[in-house]
Design a protein around this ligand. Structure first.
Ligand code: 4GS
Length: 240
């Protein structure tokens, strides 16, 4: 899949895109990332990409003309893309959204800077996503989060082992606890079920842990679950 990133700071992407799993995905050709700098589309002698807000106030706003010129140049050069603006006003990024994006051939990520982008840029994008309720200095880190989460769901990027690991989250559950050696660490032993060798018992233990954790830590996710008869039986056994 191809990501088109529109950013005033393309250099921010180099280490992330060449490291570990993402680097391998790029080497294999499973993932391509093109970077386009709106500053290259400025027409004034100072190459201005920001300006003061109409109506006054602190900070600067990203001008719409260089951003929209960059968006249009990318599509003219390489074809249409599903265009996403990263901003705190967007819909929250969730794993279902990640899976939806992983099925698209070309996704454009538009990164804002300063106090934000001119409102008129939104009309040139297909959707707006937020990575969480906090304020970043730019949309670049948010765009890298999207690339990372989407890339690991592409065929040829990870082994199936990992797709299975994600299934609980994709089903709206938190992951169960994980353990590796040593069997006892600073007095804390690995739970009996996991060293029992009984695969049905292990599966039930993990399922119950996922359910308990989700109910405890993310009640809003738990409320939306469609519990199976086995889920109810596991939870009933926990609280007689
Ligand atoms: C986010 C966020 C963000 C907002 C960009 C202020 C610079 C900044 N983008 N999810 N202007 N949270 N963007 O904080 O996506």
């Amino acid at each position: 899949m191809i990501f088109e990133v529109v950013t005033l700071f393309p250099e921010m992407f180099s280490s992330v895109m060449s490291s570990s799993l993402l680097g391998k995905a790029v080497e294999k050709g499973a993932l391509t990332v093109h970077l386009t700098d709106p500053r290259a589309f400025t027409t004034d002698k100072h190459h201005s990409v920001d300006d003061t807000p109409y109506g006054g106030g602190a900070g600067m706003v990203m001008r719409p003309d260089p951003v929209v010129a960059a968006i249009e140049a990318v599509e003219a050069a390489r074809g249409p893309a599903h265009k996403i603006l990263l901003a705190p006003t967007g819909a929250p990024l969730t794993q279902p959204t990640v899976l939806r994006l992983a099925a698209l051939p070309r996704v454009m990520l538009v990164c804002g800077r300063y106090e934000g982008v001119d409102e008129r840029v939104r009309a040139f994008c297909d959707e707006e996503l937020s990575i969480g309720d906090y304020v970043l200095t730019g949309g670049e880190l948010a765009a890298m989060v999207v690339v990372d989460a989407v890339a690991r769901r592409l065929p040829r990027v990870l082994g199936n082992a990992d797709s299975q690991l994600d299934e609980s989250f994709e089903a709206g559950l938190l992951e169960h606890p994980q353990y590796t050696r040593p069997a006892v660490f600073r007095g804390a032993a690995v739970p009996d079920a996991l060293v029992s060798g009984n695969h049905a018992r292990i599966r039930r233990w993990r399922r119950l842990q996922s359910l308990l954790r989700t109910r405890q830590r993310r009640p809003e996710l738990f409320a939306r679950l469609a519990l199976s008869d086995e889920d109810r039986a596991l939870l009933d056994g926990e609280e007689p």
